[in-house]
Design a protein around this ligand. Structure first.
Ligand SMILES: Cc1cc2nc3c(=O)[nH]c(=O)nc-3n(C[C@H](O)[C@H](O)[C@H](O)COP(=O)(O)OP(=O)(O)OC[C@H]3O[C@@H](n4cnc5c(N)ncnc54)[C@H](O)[C@@H]3O)c2cc1C
Length: 515
């Protein structure tokens, strides 16, 4: 068997010239050479041992290559902060360690150690996915924590920006607005570039721009064999399409090159309405959704809770006055203006949408055709299920039009198979604090998922699409991708990952092998 140190040297030898030159591989070569004996002993020790020990050995080998404080094991004082660095407390799992690469060479070397020791692993960008085990893992695995890969680099012509997966969207907007530019990205602060794009990515103005993944010009990805590839319309076009919505099945993405736009100005207001006005609010919302077909500069979402509804009204640019379509809400008195009418920017709107408070969460999704009567029924379903004060249950209507699908096709197509018609992606969420309420919370979200779906189905409006970014671990987004796309994704995964590293060693996720 080839030794671990030789395998690691092999990774460096196969680096593309531009990466080797820009990041420099000499330092790593030297460290591997001078610690070959220790690395090879670790490699041998990893044979025939338990999953937990293999994960610990992965940390030990990584701490030889990188400085010690970049491999955070339970003995380190900062371990607890890393363990708790997830949006949902359900993901605060006790990993054997957090490995924190600084660049794509370090990702490639880390992955080589992982595959050599056959350690379980999870990939984490900003840890906002609420599904436990997706970007987190227990003591039998390690977390490849990409938080430090968070650069935002504008090209010299300023038409492309290269984003590290660990950057958050507010950081991206903040950097770009210095140049009066923006990108198509996330809507809430704290969410990571990596997970959001690989799941498709919905922005406030998807009808205008397409999904976030459609706006990627090029992915830089560390593959299962630790080689580093580019995927774009010319180089590896199949992998390119698969990464646009195919999740974490193909590699560790270390860079996303996105098109930039000058439309960073946004008009917006968020209004909170009493549930007693739900009928009028929902009817007005459906009218806005219809208008989005004619005017793709409108952005809208409606959060529904058992006690209140929050309408997010947005418009691309700075109109002179309240955009005409939002007058449909004129006669409905809000309980409060959570955010008053503002001529702001993509950055200020994301800052206004803060969901960072600590809590346990689970998510879920369904897709329906638009219909105000059905929307009302769905809200009643929610009110019937949400009976406990200790658990908060809600769902958000996220309108998406056929324009968004067409935009995706214009950009070369993604793998999502979104039906080419107007629809709403329902993003469900349960939130609670006490472990004592775990059972109740999980039962409520599972009831909500099945009841919303069955209500849509009864009305003949249920669509098979499941938006990966809002999907529960109990759901299967690929089910809606269609047989042809699924076969394409499986073939692409098999071609780029011969040993099935991302299927077998990855802690969890929406893995094709589960289909
Ligand atoms: C408050 C909030 C607001 C949200 N708003 C939006 C929104 O506006 N639009 C939208 O589309 N979604 C939204 N989402 C959903 C969000 O996009 C997903 O939860 C997404 O997975 C989070 O990305 P992350 O990088 O923070 O997550 P992580 O938890 O770090 O990762 C999520 C998944 O992606 C994988 N992954 C992450 N990075 C990589 C990588 N570089 N290479 C390979 N695999 C990787 C992980 O292994 C994991 O399976 C929101 C979620 C929250 C909690």
């Amino acid at each position: 068997m080839i030794s671990l140190s030789a395998e690691l040297q092999g990774v460096l030898e196969r680096l593309p010239d531009h990466i080797s030159q820009s990041l420099g591989s000499g330092g790593y070569r030297h460290i591997i050479q001078s610690h070959a004996e220790s690395l090879d002993t670790i490699g041998r020790d990893a044979e025939k041992t338990t999953a937990k020990t293999r994960a610990q050995l992965t940390c030990k080998a990584s701490s030889i290559l990188f400085s010690k404080h970049r491999v955070v094991v339970p003995e380190e004082p900062s371990y607890i902060d890393h363990q708790k660095n997830y949006w949902s407390k359900t993901c605060w799992l006790p990993a054997a360690g957090f490995i924190k690469p600084l660049n794509s060479i370090e990702v490639a070397l880390s992955l080589k150690i992982i595959t050599y020791t056959q350690s379980r692993f999870a990939i984490r960008s900003a840890g906002h996915n609420a599904n436990p085990g997706f970007s987190s893992t227990g003591e039998e695995g390690v977390v490849l924590d990409l938080g430090a890969l968070n650069t935002v680099e504008l090209s010299s012509e300023r038409e492309i920006v290269s984003l590290g997966p660990g950057a958050t969207w507010e950081k991206v907007y903040e950097e770009l607005e210095k140049y009066e530019l923006t990108v198509v990205g996330g809507r809430v602060s704290g969410v990571g570039v990596g997970g959001l794009i690989l799941g498709g990515g919905m922005s406030h103005f998807s009808n205008h721009w397409g999904l976030v993944c459609d706006n990627v010009k090029n992915f830089e990805v560390v593959l299962a064999d630790s080689s580093i590839a580019h995927a774009n319309a010319i180089e590896n076009p199949q992998l390119f399409r698969a990464l646009k919505g195919g999740g974490s099945n193909f590699g560790v993405v270390t860079k996303f090159d996105l098109y930039t736009y000058p439309d960073y100005r946004v008009w917006y207001t968020f209004k909170v309405y009493n549930a007693s006005d739900s009928e009028r609010v929902i009817k007005a919302s459906e009218r806005v959704q219809k208008a989005m077909d004619e005017d793709d500069r409108i952005g809208f979402f409606l959060v529904t809770n058992s006690a209140f509804l929050v309408a997010g009204m947005l418009y691309m640019g700075w109109p002179e006055e309240t955009p005409g379509i939002f007058r449909v809400f004129e006669d409905i008195k809000p309980m409060m203006d959570a955010v008053p009418e503002t001529k702001g920017t993509q950055l200020s709107v994301i800052q206004a949408f803060d969901m960072s408070e600590e809590g346990k969460r689970e998510s879920g999704t369904a897709t329906t055709r638009p219909d105000a009567d059905l929307y009302l029924e769905l809200h009643k379903v929610l009110q019937d299920i949400a009976k406990s004060a200790a658990v908060t249950l809600q769902f958000t209507f996220q309108p998406i039009g056929k324009a968004a699908v067409n935009k995706g096709n214009e950009y070369g197509g993604n793998c999502l198979n979104i039906p080419r018609e107007n629809q709403s992606w329902l993003a469900m969420m349960v939130q609670w604090n006490d472990d004592a309420n775990d059972g109740e919370a999980r039962s409520q979200i599972s009831q909500l998922i099945s009841s919303l779906k069955s209500t849509c189905k009864t009305r003949g409006h249920l669509l098979d699409f499941h938006f990966m970014n809002d999907c529960s671990y109990t759901q299967s987004p690929f089910q809606g991708y269609g047989k042809e796309n699924l076969a394409f994704l499986k073939a692409t995964a098999a071609e780029w990952d011969l040993q099935g590293v991302f299927q077998k060693l990855q802690s969890s996720g929406f893995l094709l092998s589960k289909m």
